[in-house]
Design a protein around this ligand. Sequence first.
Ligand code: 0A1
Ligand code: ZN
Length: 887
Amino acid sequence: MNKKTEQTIPQPIYRHDYRQPDYWIDKVELAVDLHDDVTIVRSILQIRRNKDTASEGQPLVLNGEKLTLKEIALNGQPLPESAYQVDREALIIFSVPDHFELSTVVAIKPHENTELVGLYQSNGNYCTQCEAESFRRITYFLDRPDVMATYSTTISADKARYPVLLSNGNRVATGELENNRHWVRWEDPFRKPSYLFALVAGQLVCHHGTFKTMSGREIRLEIWVEPQNIDKCEHALLSLQKAMQWDEQTFGLEYDLDVYMIVAVNDFNMGAMENKGLNVFNSKFVLCRPDTATDDDYEDIEAVIAHEYFHNWTGNRVTCRDWFQLTLKEGLTVYRDQRFTADMTDFALKRIRDVKKLRTLQFAEDQGPMAHPIRPESYIEMNNFYTITVYEKGAEVVRLYETLLGKEGFAKGLARYFEKHDGQAVTCDDFRVAMAEANQIDLTPLDRWYSQAGTPVCEVRGRYDAEQMTYTLQVTQSRAPTPAVQPAFMPCLIPIRVSLFDPKGQALPLQLADENVPIGEERLLSLSETQQQFIFVNIPQEPVLSFLRGFSAPVQVKMQRPREHLAFLMAHDNDSFNRWDAGQILAQELLLNLAQDWAAGRELKLDPLFIQSFGKILTDSRLNPSLKAMAMMLPDEKFLGQQIEPIDVDALYEARSFMTRVLARTFRRELLALYQQYHSTSPYSNSRSAIDARRLKNTVLRHFLTALQDEEVIALIGQQFQHADNMTDMQAALSCLMELEIPEREQALQQFYGRWQHDPLVLDKWFALQASSSLPKTLDRVLSLASHPDFNLRNPNRVRSLIWTFCSLNQVRFHSADGRAYKFLAELVLELDRLNPQLASRLVGAFNQWRRFDKLRRNLMESQLNTIIAQPNLSTDVYEIVSRSLN
Ligand code: 0A1
Ligand code: ZN
């Protein structure tokens, strides 16, 4: 992070300016001496000139920030001051030979580091975070992913306070020193970029296990945590073992070192980090016990552990040439972890969750000031581009390969990618070419998915001709408007899965006009032009269309169709995703109409067709309970907000509350019966069926019954809260109470606090639950919680649980018309920017949609954004987000 001053406006860097470095670094020897006041880092680098780009004697420019240079020598000879120059961001040596050894000694101050990048302390232990560009805060280096070297690292520290000293690779030697100090030396045999370097030192204990690889090697698995957390590691270990096995079975990928270490830390900006052989994790994605973590937490942990493990191949063995290629490793690794979770849980359920997230968050990003292609063209601060677009849309683009090539073709392509590029730093184009080569198919049409920002929109019209017995599908593509100017939209290759149903719910055999016989009941159509037509023949009667089945491409669909067709698909579609989606589309249409009615002061009425369809889902005994819960959930207010302009937060809130109340009243008996049926009286189990049951009964309780606010329901909530033997049920009950203005609410909050105040991850839930309440008093509550002794700006999890939950998830209360919440957020962002710019920049993103609101709110938000941008010494992180927002 560089400071913005009046004089220096941060400048973007561009993808097209990429060139190879002037020098390569082949070998790194680090010695890190940890001391309370100052840490000394000695580095010895073996460097050679890159003959392809640099002429003889080309100056060497190493990155370095917040380092104090103490010594510098070239081939063993100390350098005179006239031979080099040091500034805020670099060390420049004016003239160097073709091959040489550079030694430096620098001093750093990890105990003063609140940004949580480079080397820092968390709960008194040391850890590192180097991605994307923070290795340069540890030592001078060519800190870019295409410079790959082997590392050996010696750590020394006080033996009592830092008994455990970890780094990448294998532990090769240890020893004792004077003054009760000790040292450990690590060697990583694999070449890696600097962003994968890691170091950990502290009072940690290890939960360990093993894994026997497919070639028979035994790997030691170690999960390192603070002593009080040793009983919360087993699920993480099991998840790691499952992920290792899955990657062998699915892609033939085996782990390569003898030890795999995971360290859980409390203070972490992101979810976790895939450092070679030594992952550092946000403790939220490691630690769990049934009484402290919910079923969703368990699932998240399994997914994040798998994600970081999968990076060992997709990211570490083959890495990115430059940071514009981030989606090469992230899109691919998210795709892999999505498939893993689908295999471990339920395919349709996982797909629905992923698409929901994409539509709510990524489509919104595409419609806001931060719209960018999955491979961005420029950035000011790389940390701002770890986005939902690069990750989740990137994963959807990888999924397009699978859709086009089939699972086998995809696996072949991936094998070819490793065969060609193992040990290299490559580009998204290299990935596409490997996929194409292995399958002998031209995949250049996929290129536009990498180069264009915005969400493609498919407009669909279906026409039945009874005389000809044909069904004609007319599809066009364009792009949803983006606020920032984008180059003209070029059509993409959009694979579209379709089926047609007869009135009895039977899928029809599908024969296109130029075919002799029908080929199956589901077809994959390729839309590559702006407008295309597909004609199905021998269709005996008007069919119902199921379009974009399984969400076969990350696009928006616009289609006029009778409500009866949606109700029909809700009941009959044999694609679980589309069956769910039909219900969501119908609910969305009705909710948007209700919101308009509310705003116009008209009486609200709910379409009986929807009530009837909802009732069918409720009583469908064949539906898996988790899927049923998903199908019952109404689209959330934030998602609905994206569909209208200006966003009327109150109308959306009222419309959704109305629909919930009507459904809860109409089906009170059925809902109570479902709750009773799935409310288990036997002790906690983490079996799939127990998880499904909890999901359904808690959805029923939280999203429907609570709205009734009657004594019977309040009693149920109270009982569940008092008797829960697991956090899923306890949190669900407490979240119901958050919606009720009754004395039990505050009692339960107090009771929960009393029991969990010493467990930071559970206390995060306590903050988040209060921040997510839709009661009008929530804003005041959040303001007072921000001064609670347990609130702490230096802990990202705590900040996210209170501030992010409120500002980003609680639409109706954050956008309170008096603008108090906006002012609160702006002040907080400025305060936080001085401590942790990365986190501040994430939070300020809560203003990104400001232009979509009514004039009053728009002005209020704009004025806060102006206050922020006027601030001297703003970080480049926050500057980039706010300036894009205001442009
Ligand atoms: N590569 C990690 C995410 C990550 C990115 C940046 C970080 O610090 C700035 C930390 C973690 C992943 O995808 O899991
Ligand atoms: Zn990742």
